[in-house]
Ligand binder design. Structure first.
Ligand SMILES: Cc1ncc(COP(=O)(O)O)c(C=O)c1O
Length: 476
């Protein structure tokens, strides 16, 4: 007699095959759809609203019906995978990345501790990534995002600048951090959570190309040191969130060396462009940094969440994070992952980057990044040619091309462009987010999707011009 498997109310049991098949069909349909833009976004309807206000079910329902509902929700949501999603800094749900997630989540491996082969693969992915970006990493880890990667790196910087700070706290210390006035808020957040204090983040002036000015940094550092502050880190942004400006890393590395300060490169968005011939020079000096952040869930196309923090000297991470607990013992230098990470339980994020690189090769990722940079230049050229469109004076450095509509006779161009952005979002053909640059309202398209075509860029211009010409209707 064959033994019956134990029955659990949480197993799909007989519905398992059908559930997997139904999900696979939906995934396939979505991927096929994402190859092209859809005419308009699908908005949540009344039936969906009812579903989304349903009370907590005590008894479950049919899994196939519930999968259908889940897909209805997804379909009426903003998907960054669609080729005309140009808002914020998107990604594009790379197909093999999604498959890796399904596999990784099914096995539910925890990288808080040694997970055998998965841990080895994470090391391999860290080293592949380091080689790809040209950074001499001793070690690193995959985190939930650029914010956590930056906090992780800056915690190491704090411990390096003020040894013992993690135990004693910062009483009596006056730590400072330095970044461009257009650095991402996660740098300020790191200062807040690390006890450095947001007021001690020195937002250094930028130049005409919106890059941190090394001369101003040097002046500020000298003044702070003279006043008894302890500089913890200089943060170079390699691709600002606002316009994609890349700070002069090599010159900042000179300043860091001069003052003996940690150099962190926040390349959450832009660092993959260091691999592309046309933009490589912008990143000169990245190999001199103490630590770098790169979000694989941005411009390496894999689904969220997958960021990486890499460090030049592995002991800097262990000095900041290593610990011994009764439930987490280790022998001597045999560190657990939690001895170099901020997080404890950690999903197997490395798998999606590994599968992406193994399946497509580094060259395909590089080419896709290069194409996005070209699309930003194409948009810049199209906007410059058009009499009713304005751009920033300088060409895009990476893949963000701010633009705005200037309709003759329009009394308030900022109100107009804000209204235009909302109108475009409601229209649904393209999705763009707004931004305030030098106090004015801009549309801020960003290209980080391998599915975006040059035609999609042209459609973006057409929609901006079409809706933007209705100045009076938009805010009259
Ligand atoms: C330069 C930069 N750093 C950090 C972050 C934060 O990344 P995440 O949203 O993955 O936490 C972003 C996000 O856009 C960014 O552009």
């Amino acid at each position: 007699m064959t033994e019956q498997p134990p029955v659990s109310g949480l197993s799909l049991g007989d519905a398992r095959d059908a559930a997997l098949e139904r999900t696979a069909q939906y995934v396939l349909r979505a991927w096929n759809e994402f190859d092209h833009a859809r005419e308009r976004e699908t908005l949540p309807d009344a039936a969906l609203a009812e579903l989304l206000h349903a009370p907590l079910p005590e008894e479950g329902g049919d899994v196939l019906a519930m999968i259908d509902h889940a897909v209805e929700v997804l379909d009426a949501s903003l998907a960054q995978s669609r080729p005309r999603y140009f808002a914020f800094i998107g990604s594009s749900g790379l197909e093999v990345g999604a498959l890796a997630d399904l596999l990784a989540h099914s096995y539910d491996i925890n990288l808080a501790v040694d997970a055998r082969a998965a841990t080895q693969l994470e090391w391999q992915a860290v080293h592949w990534l380091a080689e790809f970006l040209g950074f001499p990493a001793a070690t690193g880890s995959f985190t939930s995002g650029g914010t956590i990667s930056n906090i992780t790196a800056l915690a190491s910087a704090r411990e390096a600048a003020i040894p013992g700070a993690r135990r004693r706290g910062l009483a009596g210390e006056r730590p400072t951090m330095y970044c461009s006035s257009e650095a991402h808020y996660s740098i300020t957040r790191a200062a807040e959570v690390l006890g450095i204090g947001a007021d001690h983040v020195r937002a250094i002036e930028i130049d005409d190309e919106r890059r941190l000015r090394p001369d101003r940094l040097r002046e500020r550092l000298a003044a702070d040191v003279a006043e008894g502050f302890t500089p913890v880190a200089i943060v170079a942004t390699a691709g600002t969130t606002l316009t994609g400006a890349v700070d002069p890393i090599d010159e900042l590395a000179d300043v860091a060396r001069e003052f003996g300060v940690w150099l962190h490169v926040d390349g959450a968005y832009g660092l993959p462009a260091a691999t592309v011939a046309s933009t490589r020079d912008l990143f000169r000096g990245v190999e001199r940094a103490d630590s770098i952040t790169v979000d694989c869930h941005k411009w390496m196309f894999v689904p969220k969440a997958c960021s990486a923090v890499l460090v030049r000297d592995g002991s800097t991470l262990t000095r900041a994070f290593a610990h011994d607990e009764a439930y987490m013992p280790h022998e001597g230098e045999q560190f657990n992952a939690v001895d170099i990470t901020l997080e404890y339980s950690r999903p197997f994020r490395a798998l999606k980057l590994w599968l992406a690189l193994a399946t497509h090769g580094a060259g395909a990722l590089r080419d896709a990044v290069a194409r996005n940079c070209e699309q930003a230049q194409l948009l810049y050229a199209l906007a410059r040619e058009h009499e009713s469109l304005e751009t920033l004076v300088n060409r895009p450095q990476l893949s963000i091309t701010p633009l705005r509509v200037a309709v003759p006779g329009c009394a308030d161009l900022d109100a107009h462009n804000e209204a235009l952005c909302s109108a475009m979002q409601a229209d649904g053909r393209v999705y763009v987010s707004p931004a305030t640059i030098d106090g004015h309202a801009w549309l801020r398209p960003c290209f980080t999707n391998f599915r975006t075509s040059d035609d999609d860029v042209r459609v973006l211009v057409d929609v901006v011009v079409e809706l933007g010409s209705r100045c009076a209707i938009l805010h009259g």
